[in-house]
Ligand binder design. Structure first.
Ligand code: DX5
Ligand code: ZN
Length: 218
């Protein structure tokens, strides 16, 4: 299903009431709920452990997209799968064995994603594509919401779309997506758009016309 999907990141939600925030973004048309897991080691910020993700699960009626920015990642895959993730994304930079990591995600029965930092070339994904349901192209350095979109990453999206060919693999964009940058990445071949600060403003949801739904036609 290559219809454009919007995946708001609850990293920018009101942390005092995730149930309400998740309901609000889904009511406003979110396709997936993006959960940013950070460990204070792979990235300089800390967020959600498996018990937090388990607490989000009953509120998510759509699809829970769990982005692991943690290293090591392998020892925690099962815990996040059991917590209720529908898709688990790990970073190719998180360890020396990304192939093994993707196999471990697949072994849980969940869908598998591979994330690439802005400094990582598209080509590293090539030998791993058969294990991937999604490639997450980071368009900011991971760790924080509200950063500026890194434009040269758009070329990487084009390369990945060509490399993927007709395989059923999503290309997700994460970081600095807003109404200005969204059309650029969709034109380059992305079909899942994560957005934190563009959707949640000042602690309240403002998904009014998130990126212009007319892009669904692309
Ligand atoms: C960054 C996270 C993103 C982030 C996006 O490390 O992976 O999901 O929340 O936030 P914005 O849309 O504000 O760049
Ligand atoms: Zn993310």
């Amino acid at each position: 299903d290559r219809r454009l999907k919007i995946a708001p990141s609850i990293l920018s939600a009101d942390f005092s009431d995730f149930g309400r925030e998740i309901r609000a973004i889904e009511d406003q048309g979110a396709d997936w709920v993006h959960v940013d897991v950070m460990d204070g080691h792979f990235v300089p910020n800390l967020t959600f452990g498996p018990p937090a993700v388990r607490a989000f699960r009953p509120h998510v009626r759509t699809f829970m997209d769990v982005h692991l920015m943690i290293a090591p990642v392998d020892p925690y895959i099962e815990a996040y799968a059991e917590a209720g993730a529908d898709l688990i994304t790990a970073h190719v930079e998180a360890g020396p064995h990304p192939h093994r990591t993707l196999q471990a995600i697949k072994a849980t029965g969940k869908r598998a994603g591979l994330a690439l930092n802005p400094g990582t070339p598209a080509e590293v994904a090539e030998p791993l594509l058969d294990l991937c349901d999604l490639i997450c192209v980071m368009t900011v350095n991971p760790g924080f919401g509200g950063q500026k979109f890194i434009h040269p990453c758009i070329t990487k999206v084009e390369r990945l779309r060509a490399m993927i060919g007709d395989r059923p693999i999503h290309i997700e964009i994460d970081g600095g997506v807003d109404p200005q940058t969204a059309p650029l990445v969709v034109a380059a071949g992305a079909d899942v758009l994560v957005a934190g600060s563009a959707v949640f403003k000042g602690g309240t949801v403002d998904a009014a016309d998130v990126y212009g739904r007319n892009m669904q036609a692309i």
